[in-house]
Design a protein around this ligand. Structure first.
Ligand code: GH3
Ligand code: MG
Ligand code: MG
Ligand code: MG
Ligand code: MG
Length: 312
């Protein structure tokens, strides 16, 4: 076959990133007052938000962990009351992930407001509150949240997701897979003899290969597959609702494409290949780390037995 020429300076398409920016903000509302919730829900939906409702702090914490909203609105719960622990736990998790929490309370007590701010609440709103005010105050927070989230999620060189984002997104994907009894598959992709590319053509040339590789994977993976750069020349694909055998087809498509891609540098041309290890979840899988470990062992086998191949 005619080798496909790949220019050194490939614009990186960050499909996921663009979708993320255009996506509506997901707001999780936690309150035991159902009338208040349903009233706010329709108001905020008309204003373009996706609204998730939780009628108890416990349910709210669970939804927060599973759905990863962009913003949380939570009712004040006094200490020693049921739901206090869940609310505090949500607050510490949300603030550590830079997700703004707005607290609503009907109380006029200044001490409550102060303790809310001390526990990391981004904004404190007194009831009654209308959806227009809530929108404005949420948008103020979401502006910063977007930039921070993008920065955390996006690998600077390649534009794909970061290892840091894998730790939160991976958890969510695995729990979804277990809940819906579907297989989540992990594929690790590691460039072969990449050190040699750097040594022969220089580090900037190596960087261009990394960008191009990320670009090829992004173009050839399926829409719902997620691509992460674990570091260096090692990438990870998360393939939801996919068996290892199906994942292998996706990875093989990428492998053949890379093998046929010709890079030009300083008057000479060269090719690069990668090796891949694949592992799929079972009902026994407790943590994503187990899957990554298995995929890593398969990758090691692929390297040991000749490289430029995929091992299940
Ligand atoms: P193997 O087939 O066993 O994977 O060999 P390898 O040379 O690809 O693996 P090794 O782990 O020995 O080397 C990886 C190299 O990747 C070493 C390092 O210089 C290079 N590298 C890591 N991060 C970057 C980067 O951001 N840019 C560039 N240009 N090179 C990088
Ligand atoms: Mg209340
Ligand atoms: Mg290595
Ligand atoms: Mg390598
Ligand atoms: Mg490596």
């Amino acid at each position: 076959a005619e080798p496909l020429r790949e220019s050194s300076f490939v614009p990186v398409t960050t499909v996921e990133t663009i979708e993320e920016q255009d996506a509506k903000a997901v707001v999780l509302m936690i309150d035991e007052d159902l009338d208040f919730l349903s009233g706010m829900k329709s108001g905020l939906e008309q204003r373009g938000f996706i609204v998730l409702l939780a009628a108890s702090p416990e349910k709210g914490l669970e939804m927060f962990l599973n759905e990863r909203p962009n913003c949380v609105i939570v009712d004040y719960v006094p200490p020693y009351e049921r739901g206090y622990e869940s609310t505090q736990s949500l607050l510490s998790k949300a603030t550590s992930e830079f997700i703004p929490v707005l607290m609503i309370s009907s109380s006029m007590d200044k001490d409550i407001e102060l303790s809310a701010y001390k526990s990391g609440v981004a904004d404190f709103i007194k009831k009654p509150v209308d959806s227009e005010e809530l929108e404005v105050r949420m948008n103020n927070r979401l502006r910063y949240q977007k930039v921070i989230q993008q920065t955390i999620m996006t690998d600077e060189l390649t534009g794909v997701y970061t290892r840091r984002y894998l730790s939160s997104e991976g958890k969510k994907q695995l729990s979804q897979a277990l809940r819906s009894k579907q297989t989540l598959t992990v594929a690790m992709l590691d460039l072969d003899f990449f050190k040699k590319v750097n040594d022969t053509y220089g580090h900037p040339a190596g960087d261009n290969v990394l960008k191009s590789f990320a670009n090829i994977i992004t173009r050839l993976k399926r829409e719902y597959d997620l691509l992460f750069r674990l570091g260096g020349e090692e990438f990870l694909l998360l393939l939801p609702n996919t068996t290892p055998a199906e994942a292998k087809k996706v990875v093989e498509r990428i492998r053949i494409k890379l093998r046929l891609t010709e890079y030009q540098e300083a008057g000479s041309s060269f090719n690069v290949t990668f090796s891949s290890g694949i592992a799929g979840s079972t009902i026994e899988t407790k943590k994503l780390e187990e899957l990554i470990e298995q995929a890593d062992q398969a990758l090691y086998m692929a390297k040991q037995t000749g490289r430029n191949q995929t091992v299940l």
